[in-house]
Design a protein around this ligand. Structure first.
Ligand code: IMP
Ligand code: MG
Length: 171
């Protein structure tokens, strides 16, 4: 028996990814596009999303750290950066989850300094009720309660990223 309760089942995630891809396709099709995933958490979401986008794009990755063992350390730092230029490109920043918004604010500043033509943000999950954070996000999959979630790329102390659903740890 799993130690996690299902919050969002696999099938619902799949349908949501399809509808997000439709919206993104309308906005990005015909533009030189770089999809930037934030590792490690966004790797599965990005892999599913880009396979539903039927226009040319490049896949780029960076890694930041802000959480250690489920707790925020308060500061965000780049562990490794993009390996290709995004100057003049239309960037889709792909996140697994946005909580306080600290990471996405940091990433937007960081990416803007690389002079892309535009940046839009897509997150599978969104926790924060703050409207100032919400207005930074262009595409939101699901709004969820303020609980620690795992699976579909997201970890519990490094494990559970491979769960096919989004779950909540049983207490
Ligand atoms: P923020 O800076 O508070 O918005 O947190 C964003 C980052 O923290 C996300 O990119 C995740 O990597 C991580 N994070 C926040 N909440 C969760 C969660 O419930 N499960 C797994 N990772 C989370
Ligand atoms: Mg993340």
């Amino acid at each position: 028996m799993s130690a996690y309760d299902v919050l969002i089942p696999e099938g619902e995630i799949r349908l949501k990814v399809e509808s997000l891809a439709e919206q993104i396709g309308r906005d990005f099709s015909g533009k030189e596009t770089a999809v930037v995933a934030v590792l490690k958490g966004a790797f599965i979401f990005m892999a599913d999303l880009v396979r539903k986008l039927d226009f040319p794009l490049t896949c780029e990755f960076l890694r930041v750290s802000s959480y250690k063992n489920n707790k925020s350390t308060g500061s965000v730092k780049v562990e490794f950066d993009l390996s290709e230029s995004i100057e003049g490109k239309h960037v889709l920043l792909v996140e697994d989850i946005i909580d306080t918004g600290r990471t996405v604010r940091f990433l937007l500043d960081h990416l803007k300094s690389k002079k892309p033509a535009s940046i839009k943000v897509c997150t599978l999950l969104y926790k924060e009720m703050d409207p100032n954070v919400k207005k930074l996000i262009d595409y939101i999959g699901f709004e969820i309660p303020k609980e620690y979630v795992v699976g579909y790329g997201m970890d519990d102390a490094g494990l559970q990223r491979s769960l096919p659903f989004v779950g909540i740890k049983r207490s």
